[in-house]
Design a protein around this ligand. Structure first.
Ligand code: 6PG
Length: 253
């Protein structure tokens, strides 16, 4: 893959446990930096199963005490089109592992409404993002998350940008809803426009089953249609990959 102007930062950890502790420290560091710089920390959470251990860690007494939760604002990179109490809900996973265990004000949580009609939920979320990032609190010209956490599927998707979907090429909207043939299900997702204006983007990838795909994404040919994780190219800053040794096992030196 051609050298990106904002080179890829790859950090490998021997075990998942070490990876999650390092990711927790990164979130704590970025939250302090953001709050000190502009008074809030806008964090977009990843869904799926990998980040659950990270969210659980961040809720632990010792680590949680190092975050000023009253200035933390939570968003999601994507959501399944199910109610918030559904076992597939990314919101529910974050609620159970983190939100219900930390003193974050309910008004700081910007949930994607998976229970609504998908396009309506996407439109609502887009309006919410535009409102949040243009109020005096943020006053940003564009949805500028401080950190976007992302996972990567074994097919190279990220958020709910799946191979072969038009969402990969979206140039204007921040949020879309689309039907995913591979899943036979609707998803709501941030688009590359919203993702790539983040100040920091962190991929969290673990497991040998992702190793070959990770190599293709970070070291293979540029083909975002096939490997949507490649569309994540932040306008400012760089992508930080935080991976365990198993996922990194076939990366070329
Ligand atoms: C989702 C996620 C998705 C996830 C990858 C990896 O809603 O499923 O946002 O992009 O990050 O599918 O999922 P795992 O962490 O479960 O492997």
């Amino acid at each position: 893959m051609p050298e990106q102007e904002n080179e890829t930062d790859m950090q490998t950890y021997a075990t998942v446990d070490e990876l999650m502790h390092a990711a927790a420290e990164e979130i704590i560091f970025q939250s302090a930096e953001s709050i000190a710089t502009h008074g809030y920390f806008a964090l977009a959470l990843a869904g799926g199963s990998t980040p659950r251990q990270l969210y659980t860690l961040l809720a632990n007494k010792e680590l949680s005490a190092r975050i000023n939760w009253s200035c933390v604002y939570l968003f999601w990179g994507d959501e399944r089109c199910v109610p918030p109490d559904h076992s597939d809900s990314n919101y529910r996973m974050a609620y159970d592992s983190l939100i219900k265990r930390v003193p974050i004000p309910a008004s700081n949580i910007y949930r994607m409404q998976g229970e609504q009609r998908p396009e309506q939920a996407a439109e609502h979320y887009q309006r919410m993002l535009q409102h949040f990032f243009t109020t005096p609190l943020a006053d940003e010209p564009m949805a500028t998350f401080d950190v976007v956490l992302l996972g990567m599927g074994t097919d190279g998707h990220t958020a709910s940008l799946f191979p072969g979907t038009a969402a990969i090429q979206e140039q204007t909207r921040l949020v879309i809803a689309h039907y995913i043939e591979q899943l036979q299900a609707w998803r709501i997702t941030l688009t590359p426009v919203a993702l790539n204006h983040a100040r920091h983007i962190v991929f969290l990838v673990a497991g040998a089953e992702k190793a070959e795909r990770l190599r293709q994404v970070v070291q293979g040919d540029e083909q975002p249609e096939v490997l949507p994780a490649q569309v994540v190219r932040p306008v400012h800053g760089k992508v930080r990959w935080m991976v365990d040794a198993a996922a990194a096992s076939v990366l070329e030196e």
